[in-house]
Design a protein around this ligand. Structure first.
Ligand SMILES: [Zn+2]
Length: 429
């Protein structure tokens, strides 16, 4: 088995959030390009024919919130393994968060990431460097120098930008490039626990993280962003109240964008009873009522993007009692099947769901989303939405396996990925 250089996919459902196309086509992928063909078009003799019946072809996904761990924690993930996991998940563009060791807080560190990524993977990497040096919240980074390199998105993810003067100055600065400041909404003085504050935490005798540790910071940032020239994005919102704050008066005019994760839509706090520290993340899985309402808000169009918050950890950091275990779960390889299942059940159409994974995050990051264009470059995914499989170690590419979805039956499988040529085929490493 190997990658197929030239392939004709017949009768495939093409879904393109950029053009709005949702229809059956015959698609030729050859020489790095993509063409729609009919009976009269020339097809190379060596093209492999694939029956696309029941399958989907859509643009490569954009995951705007990913932790690659290199440098500093290569035992958990490297740029190479993380980007391999991205391809296996149908993701061809990743927004890379800066909380590595050392953190990505200068032009040279941005350069290092881009160089490393270009050497090991065809995936497009969008660096999201720090707003403050070392993510320490005290001294601003040189945003202008990084913007001159083409950087548009900045974040101290893992920590909020506590100092309002620094957040305001960053919102001012990024406006010059239609950039964005991405806030990890949390007031650390209110958090402190290891799971959602509520019935399950009480039953398990664990310290809880109250809702207000998130919503108070959401409200603070929205007030600061109101009238500011640059864009604010609030990432991994776990609570309906957070989305409501961003979308209703008096904060609607702040124009902030928001994303949610698949796990906050799929799971609630009770998953901690079942999966222990594999279901420990920050923000935590919330109550069953919160989860349900959050999904309804996504289905109503109140959320701009779905992002994995892929947070790999080697076993030594996760195989621990809840209070000591690290926060975070892997997500690149479960992003699409989990999101499709939850939002499909909530009544959303495939094209609308794919928009949350392509055009939505791309416009937040200030980049062009990959599109399906006749005669254009092939940056696309062949996907079987009906294929069911159990998520097992041997079919994961991430170096880490810390996911509460391990062993679960997933529906929908990425079969092939192209980025200006074939770059991934299921079962070929
Ligand atoms: Zn975060």
């Amino acid at each position: 088995m190997k990658l197929l250089e030239s392939i004709l996919v017949t009768g495939v459902r093409v879904l393109d959030p950029v053009s709005g196309l949702d229809g059956i086509r015959d698609v030729l992928l050859a020489g790095g390009g993509l063409e729609f063909v009919d009976g009269t078009s020339p097809v190379p003799e060596d093209a492999t024919r694939v029956d696309g019946g029941g399958k989907w072809l859509f643009p490569g996904l954009v995951d705007m919130h990913v932790h690659l761990r290199e440098p500093g924690d290569e035992e958990s993930e490297t740029v190479k393994t993380g980007l391999a996991a991205a391809l296996a998940g149908g993701v061809t563009t990743v927004g890379v968060m800066p909380n590595t060791d050392p953190p990505m807080d200068s032009p040279s560190r941005v350069e290092e990431l881009l160089d490393r990524a270009a050497k090991v993977s065809p995936v497009t990497v969008v660096p999201i460097p720090c707003v403050t040096m070392g993510r320490a919240g005290i001294e601003p980074t040189d945003l202008r120098a990084m913007m001159e390199m083409g950087v548009k998105a900045f974040s101290d993810d893992g920590d909020p930008i506590q100092d309002p003067r620094i957040l305001l100055a960053a919102l001012d600065a990024v406006a010059a490039v239609n950039g964005v400041v991405i806030e990890h909404p949390e007031d650390k003085r209110l958090s402190g626990g290891c799971m959602n504050a509520g019935g399950t935490a009480r039953r398990m005798g664990l310290t809880g993280i109250p809702s207000k540790s998130e919503t108070v910071d959401v409200a603070r940032c929205l007030e600061l962003a109101s009238g500011a020239p640059g864009r604010l994005h609030l990432t991994h919102l776990s609570l309906p109240r957070s989305v409501e704050l961003a979308r209703s008066d008096p904060f609607r005019s702040a124009g902030a964008t928001v994303d949610v994760t698949p796990h906050h839509m799929a799971l609630d706090e009770r998953a901690v009873e079942e999966s222990g520290s594999m279901a420990k993340m920050n923000p935590p899985l919330r109550s069953p009522e919160d989860r349900k309402e959050l999904v309804e808000m996504v289905a109503k169009g109140m959320v701009n993007a779905v992002a994995s918050d892929h947070a790999p950890h080697f076993p030594g950091k996760k195989d621990l009692p809840m209070p000591e275990a690290a926060f975070g779960i892997t997500g690149l390889e479960t992003l699409l099947p989990v999101t499709l299942e939850i939002l499909g059940n909530a009544g959303m159409q495939p094209l609308e769901i794919l928009a949350l994974l392509t055009t939505g995050p791309a416009s937040i990051l200030g980049i062009d989303a990959p599109a399906i264009v006749h005669g254009g470059r092939a940056e696309c995914v062949l996907f079987d939405p009906a294929r069911e499989y159990f998520l097992k170690d041997e079919n994961m590419y991430s170096r880490s396996r810390n996911t509460p979805f391990a062993g679960r039956l997933l529906r929908g499988r990425v079969e092939m990925v192209w980025i200006g040529g074939p770059v991934y085929r299921e079962g070929v490493s």
